[in-house]
Write a protein that binds this ligand. Sequence first.
Ligand SMILES: Cc1cc2nc3c(=O)[nH]c(=O)nc-3n(C[C@H](O)[C@H](O)[C@H](O)COP(=O)(O)O)c2cc1C
Length: 193
Amino acid sequence: MKILAFNGSPRKTGNTTALIGAVLEGARESGAETAEVRLHDINLKGCMGCLTCRKNPGFCAQKDDLSPFLEEMKTADGLVIGSPIYMYHVTGQMKMLVDRIYSFYITRDDGGYDSALPPGKPFVLITSQGHPEPERFDRTVRWLAGMTAGGLGCKEVGRIVQANSHLEPAGENGGLLDEARRLGRVLAGQNRA
Ligand SMILES: Cc1cc2nc3c(=O)[nH]c(=O)nc-3n(C[C@H](O)[C@H](O)[C@H](O)COP(=O)(O)O)c2cc1C
């Protein structure tokens, strides 16, 4: 049982990091092995637009530190996707991951897409924002869930949209951390035989 997390925040002690950490802690409590990819801290390159993935579906021709983790996305039992909101959207680091995930969308002749991921892989979504209204960036949150996982046939088991982060840091919010740990336990429990 392996849970793989992608963290789009550049901040090592920020809100996204605290919440992803708690999700992974919960997953480990349920016996999972966990790994976190801090996108800011690896040699991460953007999509080259080479479209090699249209001819070789499921594989990204760009080679960098992300490459092995893209492969791990296929075999992981569950995923965690987390990003702060920057300028109404996700961080640039997270957008680079999203573009690379295009390689998992397999173009069909009818114009639709098939997925390079096995169906039903469970995932948890985390976002963090300064704005006090949780719904303020709903379009971005839904876009992130859809592009990274939902659109690939993964199944969302829960999400945390942390609002008002300047006044209420996630790392000091026991209730929110408990909820993140609970989601981690649910995530790790999904694929058990
Ligand atoms: C460049 C930048 C842009 C931001 N844009 C927004 C924004 O559009 N809306 C918002 O509510 N918060 C915005 N924020 C605040 C962050 O979303 C917020 O501080 C978040 O909790 C940071 O997450 P982290 O601690 O995981 O890095 C921005 C912060 C930065 C540094």
